[in-house]
Ligand binder design. Structure first.
Ligand code: ATP
Length: 349
């Protein structure tokens, strides 16, 4: 029986990197049925809403999905999602709405350096657990006349404990050595103070895994200067967002940074850490590796560690042996050349 997986093709470079990713996942030999999920332009065309409830229902039913980046500025302003029971979800962006309608709560982003590509960050291996339900992306903000604006940095005990617990579980399951909490509790004493104290409570229940904490500014400094200080990082929504782009830049490209939005009931929506990159869309030169490695995270979630490792080994070979590199990594290969090269390496292994 084939495994049904939802596919959100997105826009910008989305459709190009999706095609490459599906090509690689099909080469695993696992029978997949790709189920189109009408979100973004497709949602507007079919249901008159970028995130129709039909799509939310479908994603909840499928549990597994691959999401390419969506051009967020196409859907500006607040997003209102009306539910069957009459309640309304209000979100600051489409991406945020997808995560919160599905109750996805953490975005693990493993970022690793590549030999021969990442320069002095070749050995970097940092896994950022980004909380994705609250913080300054909660959508709680308003104008005060036209002279000021106020934005709430929402931090709840429930979400802070949940992401910290996920970080320690992740460390244990993946054989990682340390978990670090990132915060700015000296300046944002209540919101970040609560995030940090929840982390410390969870750390105390996980004494087998060493833990520590750093201020977010110091984290940025040490990530650039000595990234080996970090292993698993637990961060609130905005700090995780920014630090994962920084880490991706250090290893060489946003095109190398995968991610997965994880939620309850076995739900997962994997997606690259980067956006829709409209500056290079339609040219066939986008690096598909972040989404392909996100596909490997999906395989791990499905319990197909063997095939996930096969994909990852092939990706690493293509990169380290410079078999097919897109322009962001200094090469001249096209998106589908990279996918083809990965499939060839999978076959040869
Ligand atoms: P978002 O806010 O949606 O995350 P962003 O503002 O971080 O988006 P991106 O769309 O991620 O912006 O693009 C940032 C830069 O990185 C752009 O110059 C883009 O071309 C480049 N980039 C992003 N993804 C890729 C990729 N897969 N391959 C090559 N270059 C990429």
């Amino acid at each position: 029986m084939s495994t049904r997986v939802g596919v959100i093709r997105g826009n910008g470079i989305g459709p190009e990197i999706t095609e490459a990713t599906l090509r690689v996942l099909e080469a695993t030999g696992i029978g997949f049925e790709w189920v189109p999920v009408p979100i973004g332009d497709e949602g507007m065309e079919q249901y008159g809403h970028p995130l129709p409830q039909e799509a939310v229902k479908l994603l909840k039913e499928l549990k597994l999905a691959i999401k390419a980046p969506l051009l967020v500025d196409k859907f500006k302003g607040r997003m209102y999602c009306e539910h069957e029971d009459g309640s309304v979800g209000v979100y600051p962006s489409l991406n945020n709405a997808i995560r919160r309608e599905l109750k996805l709560f953490v975005d693990p982003r493993p970022i690793r350096g590549v030999r021969g590509i990442s320069g002095r960050y070749e050995t970097m291996d940092v896994h950022i657990m980004r909380e994705i339900t609250e913080d300054v992306y909660s959508g709680i903000e308003h104008m005060i006349g036209d002279v000021a604006a106020e934005c709430t940095k929402l931090t709840t005990r429930e979400a802070a404990v949940r992401v910290a617990e996920y970080g320690f579980d992740y460390a244990r399951k993946n054989g990682r050595k340390k978990v670090t909490c990132v915060h700015k509790a000296n300046a944002v004493s209540m919101a970040d103070g609560l995030f940090l104290s929840c982390f410390r409570e969870v750390a105390a229940k996980n004494p087998d895994i060493p833990s520590d904490d750093y201020m977010v500014d110091a984290t940025a400094y040490y990530l650039a200067k000595c990234p080996e200080k970090f292993d698993v990082i637990v961060a609130s929504n905005q700090y995780g967002d920014i630090l994962s782009d920084l880490a991706a830049g250090l290893v060489g490209s946003l095109g190398l940074a995968p991610g997965a939005n994880v939620g309850p009931d076995g739900r997962i929506v994997v997606e690259a850490s980067h956006g829709a990159a409209p500056d290079i869309a339609g040219k066939g030169i986008a690096n598909p590796i972040a989404l392909i490695l996100s596909g490997a995270l999906l395989l791990r979630h499905m319990g197909r560690q063997d095939q996930a490792a096969r994909v990852e080994r092939a990706v690493w070979r293509v990169l380290e042996e410079r078999i097919a590199l897109t322009p962001d990594l200094g090469g001249t290969a096209f998106t589908m050349d990279v996918a083809d090269a990965i499939v060839r390496c999978m076959d040869e292994a």
